[in-house]
Write a protein that binds this ligand. Structure first.
Ligand code: PLP
Length: 464
Protein backbone atom coordinates (compact mmCIF):
# COMPACT_ATOMS: atom_id res chain seq x y z
CA UNK A 1 0.00 0.00 0.00
CA UNK A 2 1.52 3.34 -1.02
CA UNK A 3 1.37 6.41 1.15
CA UNK A 4 -1.27 8.05 -1.05
CA UNK A 5 -3.60 5.11 -0.60
CA UNK A 6 -2.98 5.10 3.10
CA UNK A 7 -3.92 8.75 3.15
CA UNK A 8 -7.10 8.40 1.06
CA UNK A 9 -8.40 5.30 2.77
CA UNK A 10 -7.25 6.47 6.18
CA UNK A 11 -5.76 3.03 6.74
CA UNK A 12 -2.99 2.75 9.32
CA UNK A 13 -1.85 0.33 11.94
CA UNK A 14 -3.90 2.30 14.43
CA UNK A 15 -7.12 2.06 12.47
CA UNK A 16 -6.36 -1.60 11.81
CA UNK A 17 -6.18 -2.15 15.53
CA UNK A 18 -9.51 -0.39 15.91
CA UNK A 19 -11.05 -2.73 13.34
CA UNK A 20 -9.92 -5.55 15.60
CA UNK A 21 -11.63 -3.85 18.50
CA UNK A 22 -8.41 -2.64 20.13
CA UNK A 23 -8.66 1.00 21.15
CA UNK A 24 -5.74 3.32 21.86
CA UNK A 25 -5.13 3.45 25.57
CA UNK A 26 -6.58 0.07 26.35
CA UNK A 27 -4.25 -2.62 25.04
CA UNK A 28 -0.68 -2.33 23.79
CA UNK A 29 0.68 -3.74 20.53
CA UNK A 30 2.12 -6.66 22.43
CA UNK A 31 -1.38 -8.09 22.81
CA UNK A 32 -1.45 -8.75 19.08
CA UNK A 33 1.95 -10.35 19.11
CA UNK A 34 3.58 -7.20 17.72
CA UNK A 35 6.58 -6.36 19.88
CA UNK A 36 6.58 -2.74 21.07
CA UNK A 37 9.66 -0.84 19.90
CA UNK A 38 11.12 -0.59 23.41
CA UNK A 39 11.10 -4.32 23.89
CA UNK A 40 12.73 -4.92 20.53
CA UNK A 41 16.14 -3.52 21.41
CA UNK A 42 18.54 -6.04 22.94
CA UNK A 43 19.52 -5.45 26.56
CA UNK A 44 22.57 -3.25 26.66
CA UNK A 45 24.02 -4.37 23.33
CA UNK A 46 27.23 -2.41 22.87
CA UNK A 47 28.55 -2.78 26.43
CA UNK A 48 32.16 -3.99 26.06
CA UNK A 49 33.16 -7.43 27.27
CA UNK A 50 34.06 -7.43 30.97
CA UNK A 51 37.74 -8.25 30.35
CA UNK A 52 38.24 -5.88 27.41
CA UNK A 53 41.60 -4.09 27.99
CA UNK A 54 40.18 -0.84 26.58
CA UNK A 55 37.07 -1.22 28.72
CA UNK A 56 36.43 2.35 29.86
CA UNK A 57 37.29 3.97 26.53
CA UNK A 58 34.81 1.61 24.88
CA UNK A 59 32.22 2.54 27.51
CA UNK A 60 32.89 6.21 26.64
CA UNK A 61 32.08 5.39 23.01
CA UNK A 62 28.53 4.54 24.07
CA UNK A 63 27.90 8.26 24.70
CA UNK A 64 27.28 11.05 22.21
CA UNK A 65 29.05 13.78 24.21
CA UNK A 66 30.77 16.46 22.14
CA UNK A 67 34.38 15.25 21.99
CA UNK A 68 35.73 18.79 21.79
CA UNK A 69 34.63 19.37 25.38
CA UNK A 70 35.80 17.50 28.46
CA UNK A 71 32.44 17.43 30.27
CA UNK A 72 32.88 17.19 34.05
CA UNK A 73 29.61 18.56 35.40
CA UNK A 74 27.53 15.40 35.73
CA UNK A 75 26.47 16.61 39.19
CA UNK A 76 24.23 19.06 37.35
CA UNK A 77 23.17 16.88 34.44
CA UNK A 78 24.22 13.58 32.89
CA UNK A 79 24.18 12.52 29.25
CA UNK A 80 22.30 9.46 28.00
CA UNK A 81 24.08 6.67 26.14
CA UNK A 82 23.16 6.31 22.48
CA UNK A 83 21.04 3.21 23.12
CA UNK A 84 18.93 5.09 25.62
CA UNK A 85 18.37 7.93 23.15
CA UNK A 86 17.29 5.36 20.57
CA UNK A 87 14.82 3.66 22.90
CA UNK A 88 13.30 6.96 24.05
CA UNK A 89 13.02 8.15 20.49
CA UNK A 90 11.48 4.96 19.13
CA UNK A 91 8.95 4.65 21.98
CA UNK A 92 8.06 8.30 21.61
CA UNK A 93 7.43 7.74 17.90
CA UNK A 94 5.45 4.57 18.53
CA UNK A 95 3.28 6.39 21.09
CA UNK A 96 2.66 9.22 18.61
CA UNK A 97 2.00 6.88 15.72
CA UNK A 98 -0.51 4.81 17.63
CA UNK A 99 -1.81 7.71 19.71
CA UNK A 100 -1.32 5.54 22.79
CA UNK A 101 -2.17 6.76 26.23
CA UNK A 102 -0.40 5.35 29.23
CA UNK A 103 -2.41 5.23 32.40
CA UNK A 104 0.15 2.94 33.93
CA UNK A 105 1.99 2.24 37.16
CA UNK A 106 5.12 1.32 35.14
CA UNK A 107 5.57 -1.77 37.29
CA UNK A 108 8.15 -3.33 34.95
CA UNK A 109 10.36 -0.27 35.02
CA UNK A 110 10.09 0.05 38.78
CA UNK A 111 10.94 -3.65 39.16
CA UNK A 112 14.21 -3.21 37.23
CA UNK A 113 15.18 -0.09 39.20
CA UNK A 114 14.17 -1.69 42.51
CA UNK A 115 16.25 -4.82 41.88
CA UNK A 116 19.28 -2.68 41.06
CA UNK A 117 18.99 -1.06 44.51
CA UNK A 118 18.14 -4.07 46.67
CA UNK A 119 14.47 -3.21 47.23
CA UNK A 120 11.01 -4.15 45.92
CA UNK A 121 9.01 -2.37 43.28
CA UNK A 122 6.33 -1.17 45.71
CA UNK A 123 9.13 0.89 47.31
CA UNK A 124 10.19 2.68 44.10
CA UNK A 125 8.62 5.57 42.20
CA UNK A 126 9.96 6.93 38.91
CA UNK A 127 9.64 10.66 39.58
CA UNK A 128 10.35 13.76 37.49
CA UNK A 129 13.62 14.43 39.33
CA UNK A 130 15.11 14.70 42.82
CA UNK A 131 13.14 17.82 43.69
CA UNK A 132 9.89 16.04 42.83
CA UNK A 133 10.91 13.09 45.03
CA UNK A 134 11.85 15.36 47.94
CA UNK A 135 8.51 17.15 47.72
CA UNK A 136 6.55 13.91 47.56
CA UNK A 137 8.44 12.59 50.60
CA UNK A 138 8.35 15.65 52.85
CA UNK A 139 4.84 16.80 51.96
CA UNK A 140 3.44 13.28 52.43
CA UNK A 141 4.57 13.02 56.06
CA UNK A 142 2.13 13.61 58.88
CA UNK A 143 3.73 16.69 60.45
CA UNK A 144 2.17 19.07 62.96
CA UNK A 145 2.83 22.47 64.49
CA UNK A 146 5.85 22.42 66.76
CA UNK A 147 7.36 19.28 65.21
CA UNK A 148 11.02 19.74 64.34
CA UNK A 149 12.95 18.74 61.24
CA UNK A 150 16.71 18.62 61.72
CA UNK A 151 18.64 19.36 58.54
CA UNK A 152 21.85 21.10 57.45
CA UNK A 153 22.97 24.51 56.21
CA UNK A 154 24.18 22.93 52.93
CA UNK A 155 20.88 21.81 51.41
CA UNK A 156 19.74 22.31 47.82
CA UNK A 157 16.57 24.23 46.97
CA UNK A 158 15.06 20.90 45.89
CA UNK A 159 14.95 20.01 49.60
CA UNK A 160 14.79 23.49 51.09
CA UNK A 161 11.57 24.34 49.24
CA UNK A 162 9.38 21.53 50.64
CA UNK A 163 10.97 22.26 54.04
CA UNK A 164 9.77 25.86 53.75
CA UNK A 165 6.32 24.63 52.74
CA UNK A 166 5.87 22.39 55.79
CA UNK A 167 7.22 25.22 57.96
CA UNK A 168 4.76 27.78 56.58
CA UNK A 169 1.78 25.49 56.20
CA UNK A 170 1.94 23.39 59.36
CA UNK A 171 4.20 25.39 61.69
CA UNK A 172 6.99 22.81 61.58
CA UNK A 173 10.28 24.15 62.99
CA UNK A 174 13.35 23.72 60.77
CA UNK A 175 16.67 23.42 62.62
CA UNK A 176 20.03 23.23 60.88
CA UNK A 177 23.37 21.78 61.85
CA UNK A 178 26.37 23.68 60.42
CA UNK A 179 28.46 21.38 58.27
CA UNK A 180 32.26 21.45 58.27
CA UNK A 181 34.26 21.67 55.05
CA UNK A 182 37.56 20.17 53.90
CA UNK A 183 39.42 17.07 54.90
CA UNK A 184 39.65 17.57 58.65
CA UNK A 185 36.63 15.44 59.56
CA UNK A 186 35.45 11.90 60.12
CA UNK A 187 32.10 10.17 59.69
CA UNK A 188 31.62 10.07 63.48
CA UNK A 189 31.76 13.88 63.58
CA UNK A 190 28.55 14.07 61.54
CA UNK A 191 26.79 11.67 63.88
CA UNK A 192 27.76 13.85 66.84
CA UNK A 193 26.61 17.01 65.06
CA UNK A 194 23.19 15.54 64.41
CA UNK A 195 22.98 13.91 67.84
CA UNK A 196 23.53 17.30 69.46
CA UNK A 197 20.67 18.78 67.40
CA UNK A 198 18.03 16.17 68.30
CA UNK A 199 15.31 17.15 70.77
CA UNK A 200 12.16 15.38 71.99
CA UNK A 201 10.28 17.22 69.18
CA UNK A 202 12.53 16.07 66.31
CA UNK A 203 10.35 14.07 63.93
CA UNK A 204 12.53 14.04 60.80
CA UNK A 205 16.22 14.17 59.97
CA UNK A 206 16.78 15.38 56.41
CA UNK A 207 20.19 15.70 54.75
CA UNK A 208 21.90 15.57 51.37
CA UNK A 209 24.40 12.80 50.78
CA UNK A 210 26.64 13.93 49.19
CA UNK A 211 26.10 17.67 49.58
CA UNK A 212 26.13 19.41 46.23
CA UNK A 213 28.20 22.28 47.63
CA UNK A 214 31.29 20.39 48.84
CA UNK A 215 30.82 16.92 47.35
CA UNK A 216 31.29 15.43 50.82
CA UNK A 217 29.34 12.23 51.40
CA UNK A 218 27.42 12.09 54.65
CA UNK A 219 27.45 8.71 56.46
CA UNK A 220 23.90 7.65 55.62
CA UNK A 221 23.85 4.34 57.47
CA UNK A 222 25.27 5.83 60.67
CA UNK A 223 22.82 8.74 60.60
CA UNK A 224 19.93 6.34 59.90
CA UNK A 225 20.91 4.31 62.98
CA UNK A 226 21.00 7.46 65.09
CA UNK A 227 17.55 8.45 63.82
CA UNK A 228 16.15 4.98 64.46
CA UNK A 229 17.34 5.07 68.07
CA UNK A 230 15.16 8.17 68.57
CA UNK A 231 12.18 6.96 66.52
CA UNK A 232 12.94 9.66 63.92
CA UNK A 233 12.11 9.43 60.19
CA UNK A 234 15.00 9.88 57.74
CA UNK A 235 14.66 11.68 54.40
CA UNK A 236 17.80 11.67 52.27
CA UNK A 237 18.38 14.03 49.35
CA UNK A 238 20.36 11.49 47.34
CA UNK A 239 20.32 13.44 44.07
CA UNK A 240 23.78 12.10 43.21
CA UNK A 241 23.40 8.51 44.38
CA UNK A 242 21.63 6.64 41.54
CA UNK A 243 24.19 5.76 38.90
CA UNK A 244 27.14 6.91 41.01
CA UNK A 245 27.07 4.61 44.03
CA UNK A 246 26.10 0.94 44.17
CA UNK A 247 23.97 1.38 47.25
CA UNK A 248 21.48 -1.14 48.55
CA UNK A 249 18.75 1.25 49.68
CA UNK A 250 17.28 -1.19 52.19
CA UNK A 251 20.63 -1.78 53.88
CA UNK A 252 20.99 1.97 54.39
CA UNK A 253 18.05 1.80 56.81
CA UNK A 254 16.58 5.15 55.75
CA UNK A 255 12.87 5.84 55.24
CA UNK A 256 13.04 7.96 52.08
CA UNK A 257 15.75 8.58 49.52
CA UNK A 258 15.11 10.87 46.55
CA UNK A 259 17.55 10.78 43.66
CA UNK A 260 17.94 11.84 40.07
CA UNK A 261 17.84 9.39 37.18
CA UNK A 262 19.18 12.05 34.81
CA UNK A 263 22.42 12.99 36.58
CA UNK A 264 24.84 10.11 37.27
CA UNK A 265 22.33 7.50 36.13
CA UNK A 266 22.30 9.21 32.72
CA UNK A 267 18.62 8.55 32.05
CA UNK A 268 16.40 10.94 30.10
CA UNK A 269 15.99 14.51 31.37
CA UNK A 270 12.97 14.81 33.63
CA UNK A 271 13.39 11.49 35.44
CA UNK A 272 14.20 10.64 39.04
CA UNK A 273 14.08 7.74 41.47
CA UNK A 274 12.32 7.87 44.84
CA UNK A 275 12.77 5.10 47.40
CA UNK A 276 10.13 4.80 50.12
CA UNK A 277 10.78 2.18 52.81
CA UNK A 278 7.80 -0.14 52.82
CA UNK A 279 9.16 -2.95 54.99
CA UNK A 280 10.01 -3.44 58.64
CA UNK A 281 13.44 -5.09 58.40
CA UNK A 282 16.61 -5.66 60.40
CA UNK A 283 18.15 -2.58 58.76
CA UNK A 284 15.24 -0.52 60.04
CA UNK A 285 13.02 -2.33 62.56
CA UNK A 286 10.99 0.81 63.36
CA UNK A 287 7.33 1.06 62.33
CA UNK A 288 6.75 2.67 58.95
CA UNK A 289 6.19 6.42 59.20
CA UNK A 290 2.64 7.59 58.55
CA UNK A 291 2.83 8.65 54.94
CA UNK A 292 0.33 9.84 52.34
CA UNK A 293 0.73 9.72 48.55
CA UNK A 294 -0.07 13.40 48.03
CA UNK A 295 0.15 13.26 44.23
CA UNK A 296 -1.81 10.28 42.90
CA UNK A 297 -4.61 9.07 40.69
CA UNK A 298 -4.02 5.48 41.76
CA UNK A 299 -4.87 5.75 45.45
CA UNK A 300 -8.11 3.81 46.01
CA UNK A 301 -11.06 6.15 46.51
CA UNK A 302 -13.26 3.56 48.23
CA UNK A 303 -11.62 3.61 51.68
CA UNK A 304 -10.23 0.10 51.20
CA UNK A 305 -6.78 1.23 52.30
CA UNK A 306 -5.54 2.23 55.74
CA UNK A 307 -2.28 4.05 55.37
CA UNK A 308 -2.10 4.65 59.11
CA UNK A 309 -1.21 1.02 59.64
CA UNK A 310 2.48 1.28 60.54
CA UNK A 311 3.78 -2.20 59.94
CA UNK A 312 1.94 -3.48 56.92
CA UNK A 313 3.06 -3.03 53.38
CA UNK A 314 0.75 -1.06 51.06
CA UNK A 315 1.62 -0.57 47.42
CA UNK A 316 2.78 2.95 48.10
CA UNK A 317 5.03 2.97 45.02
CA UNK A 318 2.08 2.26 42.77
CA UNK A 319 -0.10 4.91 44.40
CA UNK A 320 2.53 7.57 43.80
CA UNK A 321 3.49 6.30 40.36
CA UNK A 322 -0.04 6.34 38.99
CA UNK A 323 -0.68 10.00 38.20
CA UNK A 324 -2.77 10.42 35.07
CA UNK A 325 -1.23 9.76 31.69
CA UNK A 326 2.49 9.00 32.01
CA UNK A 327 5.42 8.95 29.62
CA UNK A 328 6.18 5.52 28.18
CA UNK A 329 9.21 6.92 26.40
CA UNK A 330 10.90 8.40 29.47
CA UNK A 331 10.16 5.32 31.52
CA UNK A 332 11.55 3.06 28.79
CA UNK A 333 14.70 5.21 28.88
CA UNK A 334 15.05 4.78 32.64
CA UNK A 335 14.64 1.04 32.29
CA UNK A 336 17.19 0.82 29.49
CA UNK A 337 19.84 2.88 31.24
CA UNK A 338 19.33 0.90 34.46
CA UNK A 339 19.89 -2.31 32.54
CA UNK A 340 23.06 -0.90 30.99
CA UNK A 341 24.39 0.08 34.43
CA UNK A 342 23.51 -3.37 35.78
CA UNK A 343 25.32 -5.01 32.89
CA UNK A 344 28.47 -2.93 33.37
CA UNK A 345 28.14 -3.54 37.11
CA UNK A 346 27.20 -0.82 39.58
CA UNK A 347 30.08 -1.65 41.91
CA UNK A 348 32.49 -1.56 38.99
CA UNK A 349 31.19 1.89 38.04
CA UNK A 350 31.44 3.10 41.64
CA UNK A 351 35.00 1.82 42.01
CA UNK A 352 36.06 3.45 38.74
CA UNK A 353 34.51 6.84 39.30
CA UNK A 354 35.12 7.24 43.04
CA UNK A 355 38.69 6.14 42.24
CA UNK A 356 38.90 9.00 39.74
CA UNK A 357 37.45 11.30 42.41
CA UNK A 358 40.18 10.18 44.84
CA UNK A 359 42.78 10.80 42.14
CA UNK A 360 41.37 14.30 41.55
CA UNK A 361 41.57 15.08 45.26
CA UNK A 362 45.13 13.78 45.45
CA UNK A 363 46.23 16.00 42.53
CA UNK A 364 44.46 19.03 43.99
CA UNK A 365 46.37 18.56 47.26
CA UNK A 366 49.68 18.10 45.36
CA UNK A 367 49.21 21.33 43.37
CA UNK A 368 47.22 23.67 45.61
CA UNK A 369 47.76 22.15 49.06
CA UNK A 370 45.41 20.35 51.46
CA UNK A 371 43.64 23.56 52.50
CA UNK A 372 42.29 24.00 48.93
CA UNK A 373 39.95 21.01 49.32
CA UNK A 374 36.30 21.61 50.27
CA UNK A 375 35.49 17.89 49.99
CA UNK A 376 36.54 15.28 52.53
CA UNK A 377 39.41 13.05 51.36
CA UNK A 378 41.02 10.88 54.04
CA UNK A 379 37.93 9.16 55.44
CA UNK A 380 36.72 6.90 52.61
CA UNK A 381 33.23 6.89 54.15
CA UNK A 382 32.93 10.58 53.22
CA UNK A 383 34.18 10.55 49.64
CA UNK A 384 32.45 10.13 46.30
CA UNK A 385 32.92 11.14 42.65
CA UNK A 386 32.38 14.86 43.35
CA UNK A 387 35.34 17.08 44.25
CA UNK A 388 35.13 20.74 45.27
CA UNK A 389 38.23 22.88 45.65
CA UNK A 390 39.62 26.39 45.70
CA UNK A 391 41.45 26.80 42.36
CA UNK A 392 43.01 30.19 43.11
CA UNK A 393 46.66 30.99 43.80
CA UNK A 394 45.45 33.58 46.28
CA UNK A 395 43.12 31.55 48.55
CA UNK A 396 41.03 34.63 49.43
CA UNK A 397 39.83 34.83 45.81
CA UNK A 398 37.46 31.92 46.54
CA UNK A 399 35.23 34.47 48.30
CA UNK A 400 34.60 36.31 45.03
CA UNK A 401 31.56 34.89 43.23
CA UNK A 402 32.53 36.88 40.11
CA UNK A 403 36.06 35.55 40.02
CA UNK A 404 34.86 32.01 40.54
CA UNK A 405 32.28 32.35 37.73
CA UNK A 406 34.99 33.79 35.46
CA UNK A 407 37.22 30.81 36.27
CA UNK A 408 34.49 28.35 35.25
CA UNK A 409 33.72 30.14 31.98
CA UNK A 410 37.38 30.65 31.05
CA UNK A 411 38.15 26.98 31.76
CA UNK A 412 35.47 26.09 29.23
CA UNK A 413 36.31 28.74 26.64
CA UNK A 414 40.09 28.51 26.77
CA UNK A 415 40.68 24.87 27.78
CA UNK A 416 37.49 23.07 26.71
CA UNK A 417 36.83 21.74 30.23
CA UNK A 418 33.30 22.07 31.61
CA UNK A 419 32.83 22.16 35.39
CA UNK A 420 30.75 24.36 37.74
CA UNK A 421 31.19 26.35 40.91
CA UNK A 422 29.14 26.41 44.10
CA UNK A 423 28.49 29.00 46.81
CA UNK A 424 28.41 28.00 50.44
CA UNK A 425 28.58 29.05 54.06
CA UNK A 426 31.78 28.17 55.91
CA UNK A 427 31.80 27.94 59.71
CA UNK A 428 33.48 30.98 61.26
CA UNK A 429 33.53 33.08 58.08
CA UNK A 430 30.79 35.69 57.48
CA UNK A 431 31.54 35.67 53.72
CA UNK A 432 30.31 32.89 51.45
CA UNK A 433 32.88 30.85 49.49
CA UNK A 434 32.69 29.86 45.80
CA UNK A 435 34.88 26.82 45.15
CA UNK A 436 34.72 24.94 41.84
CA UNK A 437 33.22 21.46 41.62
CA UNK A 438 34.29 18.57 39.38
CA UNK A 439 32.42 15.34 38.55
CA UNK A 440 34.28 12.22 37.41
CA UNK A 441 32.18 9.62 35.63
CA UNK A 442 32.32 6.38 33.67
CA UNK A 443 33.24 8.11 30.40
CA UNK A 444 36.39 9.54 32.10
CA UNK A 445 39.83 8.14 32.69
CA UNK A 446 42.91 9.31 34.61
CA UNK A 447 44.18 11.25 31.56
CA UNK A 448 41.02 13.35 31.72
CA UNK A 449 41.69 14.20 35.35
CA UNK A 450 45.30 15.09 34.43
CA UNK A 451 43.99 17.39 31.71
CA UNK A 452 41.51 19.05 34.09
CA UNK A 453 44.17 19.63 36.76
CA UNK A 454 46.79 20.95 34.28
CA UNK A 455 44.23 23.27 32.71
CA UNK A 456 42.93 24.55 36.06
CA UNK A 457 46.50 25.08 37.31
CA UNK A 458 47.51 27.09 34.23
CA UNK A 459 44.33 29.15 34.38
CA UNK A 460 44.80 29.87 38.09
CA UNK A 461 48.34 31.14 37.33
CA UNK A 462 47.04 33.43 34.62
CA UNK A 463 44.30 34.74 36.94
CA UNK A 464 46.66 35.36 39.89
C1 PLP B 1 21.80 17.76 46.43
C2 PLP B 1 20.85 18.10 45.33
N1 PLP B 1 19.53 18.01 45.56
C3 PLP B 1 18.62 18.27 44.62
C4 PLP B 1 19.02 18.67 43.36
C5 PLP B 1 17.96 18.93 42.33
O1 PLP B 1 18.04 17.88 41.41
P1 PLP B 1 16.91 17.62 40.35
O2 PLP B 1 17.20 18.49 39.18
O3 PLP B 1 17.07 16.16 40.03
O4 PLP B 1 15.61 17.93 40.97
C6 PLP B 1 20.37 18.81 43.06
C7 PLP B 1 20.80 19.25 41.72
O5 PLP B 1 21.93 19.48 41.43
C8 PLP B 1 21.31 18.51 44.06
O6 PLP B 1 22.62 18.60 43.83
Amino acid sequence: MDSKMMHTTGFSRRSALKLFGVGAGTVGLGTLGIAPAAAASPVAAGVPAANDPGYWSKVAEMFTLDKRILFMNIGTVGSSPRQVLDVVDSVHRQVARDAESSYSDFADVRAVVAKAHGVDKDEIVITHNTSDGMSKALLGLNLREGDEILTTNHEHSGGNTPLALVRDRFGVVIKRVQLPIGDDQRAEDYVELFRAGITSRTKVIMFSAPTYLTGTMLPIRMLAELAQQHGITTVVDGAHIPGMLAYDFRALGVDFLAGSAAKWQCGPAGTGILYIRNRVTAANPNPLPEFWPVVSSGYPTDQSVDLRSRDQSQDIGRYLQSVGNGSKALNAGVQKVSEIWDEIGRQRIQDHIVGLGDYTKQLVVERWGASALYSAKSDARLTCALTAFNPFQNPADVKSAEKSAAFVSRLLEEYGVEIRNTRLAVIGDPTLHSPVRVSTHLFHQREDVDRLIDSAWKLSKSMA
